[in-house]
Design a protein around this ligand. Structure first.
Ligand code: GDP
Length: 297
């Protein structure tokens, strides 16, 4: 299960302080040393850990104790609030353009889960927001990516726009938006190509698509299993593309949690959705507060 190690360690540490009727500065320091180690072990970015610890210490030590809580509970409350804030505080919603269609561009490394998430997102928009999305196959390089999206489209009974693998993705995106307007689709979701590593050609293609269709939302799909790498990838994509949100995939796996906890703080990009499995309905809006509670028990 995701966050298992981190959750166990943090809960263990917090249990020690929970019942305390009096919490000394030393108690908080001792606890935070353990929290720090637990976060680092979960592959949370070290700068993020440092800032988190400083901010919890400051708040935990500076606060008046609320009457309804024991000092121990108070400290735990601060940890919970700060962890929530670190992951973005509020649920961050997907963009809606003032004038339809809303154009969403999915970007990320190969294997992160872009194609799957494209279909999941379309399903989510139709099911929960009554939208009529058009899926667009812009990944012309990965063998079978077009086919994969078409298969998912069939499964959803949703149209997939494709011009094969001989037309440039920029042109495909442009024509897809035109078609969406003609056929009154209110969302266009572009499944773009990924690479195993970030390279200039990939970025150039993505910036070209961005310039051509001016997306309302650029969602970076990141594999939460890749920890710190995921955060570095997010930084690079963000520098070039100014992404507007992230989707963390594979949170159903046994990720240590570092990516989920660091991405918002490092890139200032809100996590909008979480992939919770391979199935098409396993995409959930990301709730920082629920995630923090899940980690802290
Ligand atoms: P792309 O190369 O970025 O388009 O990646 P794909 O969409 O082809 O996904 C790569 C693999 O990750 C596939 O086997 C997916 O089924 C799997 N996958 C994607 N999202 C999730 C998720 O949230 N949970 C799990 N367990 N697997 C996922």
């Amino acid at each position: 299960m995701a966050f298992e190690g981190l959750a166990a360690r943090l809960q263990d540490t917090l249990t020690k302080i929970r019942g305390k009727g009096k919490v000394s500065e030393q108690d908080v320091k001792d606890m935070m040393r353990e929290v720090r180690l637990a976060l680092l072990e979960a592959d949370v970015n070290f700068k993020v850990v440092k800032q988190f610890i400083a901010s919890v210490k400051e708040k935990a030590l500076g606060q008046e104790v609320m009457k309804s809580l024991t000092p121990g509970q108070q400290v735990i409350k601060v940890v919970n609030e700060e962890l929530t804030a670190l992951m973005g505080s509020e649920q961050s919603k997907i963009a809606v353009a003032a004038k339809a269609p809303t154009i969403v561009m999915m970007v990320g490394l190969q294997g992160a889960g872009k194609t799957t998430t494209t279909a999941k997102l379309a399903n989510h928009l139709r099911k929960n927001h009554n939208r009529k999305p058009l899926l667009v196959a812009c990944d012309i390089y990965r063998p079978a990516a077009i086919k994969q999206l078409e298969t998912l489209g069939k499964q959803l009974d949703m149209p997939v726009f494709s011009l094969g693998d001989q037309v440039s993705p920029v042109e495909i995106a442009k024509q897809a938006v035109q078609k969406a307007k003609e056929e009154h689709h209110d969302y266009v979701i572009l499944d773009t190509a990924g690479r195993l590593h970030i390279d200039e050609t990939l970025m150039k293609e993505l910036t070209d698509i961005k310039e051509m269709v001016k997306p309302d939302e650029i969602l970076l799909v990141v594999d939460s299993m890749t920890g710190q790498d995921a955060v570095n990838v997010a930084e690079s994509f963000n520098e070039q593309l100014d992404v507007t949100g992230a989707v963390l995939t594979k949170l159903d796996g046994d990720t240590r949690g570092g990516a989920a906890i660091s991405i918002k703080a490092v890139t200032n990009t809100p996590i909008k959705f979480a992939g919770m499995g391979e199935k098409i309905d396993q995409l959930e809006p990301f709730h920082p507060e629920r995630m923090a509670s899940r980690i802290l028990g």
